[in-house]
Design a protein around this ligand. Structure first.
Ligand SMILES: NC(=O)c1ccc[n+]([C@@H]2O[C@H](COP(=O)([O-])OP(=O)(O)OC[C@H]3O[C@@H](n4cnc5c(N)ncnc54)[C@H](OP(=O)(O)O)[C@@H]3O)[C@@H](O)[C@H]2O)c1
Length: 278
């Protein structure tokens, strides 16, 4: 049996959809906080279990019988909560006797604050003795496209830094491929999009696709933070965004690998593909 945590989340829903195209629903199980929200999956024959990382006692039963399990990293905040979620999930997987664990990690070049959670989770998984595969995901292209069709200026603190992002859907498909095929039982994959792009290039693509002028407003980090605070972005998120933009500016997310293309058996979507799809 293949089991997916976070299956009601944006990535998890897509992973399950890609799995359903590959294996019978009766071989799939999901662990979710709200089983009612996964009633549509249950109707298809997927086993739906309640598992809450904040209630570690629920996890061994939620994960029982899983030959391979995909642990989708939690969205818990702050980072200490997220790490506690992951540690509880790893302990639950050990207690349940899960055969192998696939974990959605983050690019090893990731910035200090969020990257630290993933590095420590990887350490916990290695320390658990579980057979494992780390999917070191890049930034989602989707992160950069929220609301862009209404913008005339993309304000960032990324300078001319480039980012080899990939779409959430391509990363979900790759996770489904790894989970459902034991030939992909490798210690880690460094997943990236097919090319590293800059915000100037995104602005040019948006201009071309929408037919109106979109520019990139590159500002210093302090000014970017001021603008985020002016629209009441929570301080914890401001810190994460500054960290990510500084890392992009320094070239930390620019590396391109072939791992995602290899798993998908095709070229992953470019940022231009994603804008056109939007
Ligand atoms: N690479 C990137 O650019 C990027 C961007 C954003 C996020 N991420 C990471 O990738 C993960 C998946 O992304 P996403 O877009 O699918 O995010 P998402 O839609 O926010 O999904 C997060 C998932 O975490 C689950 N979760 C949170 N607290 C939990 C708990 N106490 N117990 C069990 N499950 C819990 C949520 O469960 P419910 O469905 O029950 O709420 C949800 O399914 C995120 O959680 C985050 O760690 C990466």
């Amino acid at each position: 049996m293949l089991l997916v945590t976070g299956a009601n989340g944006q990535l998890g829903r897509r992973v399950v959809a890609h799995l359903l195209a590959r294996v019978p629903a009766t071989e799939l199980a999901v662990s979710v906080r709200d089983p009612g929200a996964a009633a549509d999956l249950a109707a298809l024959g997927v086993t739906v279990r309640k598992g809450d990382f904040d209630e570690p006692d629920t996890l061994p039963a939620a994960f029982a019988g899983a030959g391979r399990m995909l642990l989708i990293s939690s969205a818990g905040m702050p980072h200490s909560v997220r790490l506690a979620h992951h540690e509880a999930a790893v302990a639950g997987a050990v207690a349940a006797g899960v055969g192998s664990l696939v974990y959605t990690s983050l690019s090893t070049a990731s910035p200090a604050s969020i990257g630290e959670v993933h590095r420590r989770t990887e350490d916990a998984i290695v320390g658990s003795g579980l057979r494992h595969t780390f999917l070191r995901n890049p930034l989602y292209t989707d992160n950069f496209l929220g609301g862009v069709l209404d913008e005339s200026e993309l304000v960032t603190a990324t300078g001319d830094g480039r980012v080899a992002s990939a779409t959430r859907d391509d990363l979900a498909e790759a996770a489904a491929v790894v989970l459902s095929d034991e030939r992909h039982d490798r210690p880690f994959y460094d997943l990236t999009g097919p090319a590293a792009w800059s915000q100037d290039e995104l602005a040019a693509v948006l201009s071309e696709v929408t037919g109106r002028e979109v520019t990139h407003g590159a500002v210093p980090a302090e000014e970017y933070a001021r603008q985020l605070r002016a629209v009441d972005v929570p301080e914890a998120l401001v810190a994460v965004l500054l960290d990510i933009h500084a890392t992009i500016a320094a070239g930390g997310f620019a590396q391109v690998t072939g791992d995602l293309a290899e798993l998908l058996g095709r070229r992953p979507s470019t940022v231009e593909d994603a804008v056109r799809a939007l």
